[in-house]
Design a protein around this ligand. Structure first.
Ligand code: COA
Length: 172
C-alpha cells in the first residue's frame, strides 16, 4: 500500500468510499449522498486553499482509503487548527491503512505549521476512537445527543492532538 497525494482521477473512488459511509454508517451525519460534481468542488476547494487530500493505493492503483483536512472553524483565530477526516474501504479495514493515512496527515500538518488537529467522531465509533488514541489523540470533548441518524441520538466526540508546544503568535 502506498500513500500519495490524491489526483483528479481518484475522485470517483473517494466519492464511493464517502457515499458508502453515508449509506451504511454514522461516520457522516447525513443521509444525503454526494454527486461527483460535489466531490470535484470539494477537491478543488481543498487544493486551492492549500489543504491536503491523500489516498492509499494498492499496486493496481486501486484506492483503499483517503484522508484530508480543512478549516476547523472559519474565524482567523482558528487558523492553526484543522479538522481532518479519514475513510478506509470496509473490505480493507484493520490492515493498518487508516493508521498510515493518519501518519501522513500528521506529517503534512506538522510541515504546514498546524498546531492542533481535531477529529469529530460518533461516540459509538470505537474503531475511529481507538485509531486516534493509538496516534496520541485525546478525547477532549463529548457533546451528548447532538446528532441523529438511523433513529437514534449520537454523541459528538472530539479528539484532539497538539502537534508541538510552540508559543502562540503575537497580536490578535
Ligand atoms: C476508523 C477507520 C478509518 C480505521 O481504519 P483502519 O484502516 O481499519 O484502521 P487500522 O487498521 O489502521 O487500525 C489502526 C489501529 O486503530 C485501532 N482500531 C482500528 N479499528 C478498530 C476496531 N474495529 N476496534 C478497535 N480498534 C480498532 C487499533 O488500535 C488499530 O491497531 P491494531 O490493528 O494494531 O490493533 C475505519 O474504520 C473507517 O474508515 N471507518 C469509517 C469512517 C470513519 O469512521 N472515519 C473516522 C471519522 S474521522
Amino acid at each position: 500500500m502506498h500513500i500519495r497525494n490524491a489526483e483528479a482521477k481518484d475522485i470517483p473512488a473517494i466519492l464511493a468510499l464517502y457515499n458508502h459511509a453515508v449509506r451504511e454508517t454514522t461516520a457522516a451525519w447525513t443521509g444525503c449522498e454526494e454527486t461527483l460534481e460535489d466531490r470535484v468542488t470539494w477537491f478543488e476547494a481543498r487544493k486551492s486553499q492549500g489543504f491536503p487530500v491523500i489516498v492509499a493505493v494498492d499496486t493496481q492503483e486501486s484506492v483503499a482509503g483517503f484522508a484530508s483536512y480543512g478549516p476547523f472553524r472559519s474565524k482567523e483565530g482558528y487558523r492553526f487548527t484543522v479538522e481532518h477526516t479519514v475513510y478506509v474501504d470496509p473490505s480493507r479495514h484493520r490492515q493498518g491503512i487508516g493508521r498510515n493515512l493518519m501518519f501522513r496527515i500528521l506529517e503534512i500538518a506538522e510541515a504546514d505549521g498546524i498546531h492542533v488537529l481535531v477529529g469529530g467522531v460518533d461516540g459509538d465509533n470505537l474503531a475511529s476512537i481507538r485509531l486516534h488514541e493509538a496516534l496520541g489523540f485525546e478525547v477532549t470533548g463529548r457533546l451528548p445527543q447532538t446528532g441523529t441518524k438511523f433513529g437514534r441520538w449520537l454523541d459528538l466526540v472530539f479528539l484532539t492532538k497538539v502537534l508541538s508546544e510552540t508559543r502562540a503568535p503575537e497580536g490578535r
